[in-house]
Design a protein around this ligand. Structure first.
Ligand SMILES: [Zn+2]
Length: 311
């Protein structure tokens, strides 16, 4: 018998996702156990049944995010990239976890009935508990009527929220820069913030001249920022580390003032911890606090020597 030599291509693809899956199952179990624990401890609060505007299942979404976080963490630690197939698997596992929780709920009911009582069977129990779904009124004792068949609509919202929530963390990781060759996520840091607007100014209400002058100035400042970025892309393409370093060291000391501008450009670099692969990319940020709008401004792959100098 002959043993075939290892195939480098399949070897590259065969990083084992078992640890990632196990970690996801653990966080799923913990999240659902928490929901169950809360249900047991209080008779009228159900985290999974928390809705916003009647139909947005925020509770189920949040529990789903917690449940699916393990898949994301596992991907980050092991370097197994979240592929489309893996996302599909996570989706199926989330559905399975949801029904496993329902089944445990059913077993719990059986344990309370005791051996003498009649076992309704899981499906009957599930149907009954779905039709029993009801909305809580203003006061604690004020319940609406059970929703009956409509309960299934809310069952679907709950399941949908839980499953979608579970995909949030894995999807966030999928968007992260990744080195195919070393099968690890790249490390990202901000290099510098460049100005792309003038400082905000106060005007008298009717002073349109001053406003127009300021708007013109603002446009010039924005163009200057974009020109600066263009120079950086060109320097990166021509391997002119000196040019990039000069721009960075010129603007770095002013990070605080630049951060206060209404529009600024953040230049970031992602480098692979395993090899010399690197990528530089930029985004323009508008606004402050909770209201920051981010617009990607493209990026370039870095040459090996540039990666080494910038990492
Ligand atoms: Zn690499």
């Amino acid at each position: 018998m002959e043993i075939a030599p290892p195939d480098p291509v399949t070897d590259l693809e065969s990083k084992n996702p078992i640890l990632l899956l196990l970690l996801g199952l653990v966080t799923s179990a913990l999240a659902l156990a928490t929901v169950w624990g809360i249900n047991l401890a209080s008779d009228d609060f159900n985290l999974m049944g928390l809705y916003m505007l009647w139909i947005i299942p925020v509770g189920a979404l949040l529990v789903g995010v917690a449940a699916g976080s393990g898949y994301g963490l596992g991907s980050w630690w092991t370097g197994v990239r979240i592929s489309r197939n893996l996302l599909l698997l996570v989706l199926l596992l989330q559905i399975a976890a949801y029904f496993a929780a329902q089944y445990i709920d059913y077993l719990h009911l059986l344990s309370q009935i005791g051996p003498e009582g009649e076992d309704p069977g899981f499906l009957t129990f599930f149907d009954w508990s779905t039709r029993q779904i009801q909305f809580k009124g203003e006061s604690d004792s004020d319940y609406g009527d059970p929703l009956g068949a409509w309960g299934y609509a809310f069952r679907a919202l709950e399941l949908g929220g839980f499953v979608l929530g579970g995909l949030v963390v894995p999807l966030a990781l999928k968007a992260k820069p990744y080195c195919e060759q070393c099968q690890v996520y790249m490390r990202t840091r901000d290099l510098v913030v460049l100005p792309a607007s003038t400082p905000t100014r106060k005007f008298k209400r009717k002073d349109t001249d001053a406003l127009e002058a300021w708007q013109a100035e603002n446009e010039v400042a924005h163009q200057a920022g974009m020109d600066l970025l263009e120079r950086i892309w060109q320097a990166a393409g021509n391997r002119q580390t000196g040019v990039i370093n000069d721009i960075v060291s010129e603007h770095k000391p002013h990070a605080k003032e630049t951060g206060k501008l209404s529009v600024r450009i953040v230049l970031s670099v992602s480098t692979c911890p395993g090899c010399a692969k690197g990528r530089m990319f930029a985004a323009s940020l508008t606004g402050h606090g909770n209201d920051i709008h981010r617009q990607e401004l493209g990026g370039v792959d870095l040459s090996d020597d540039l990666t080494r100098q910038l990492s």
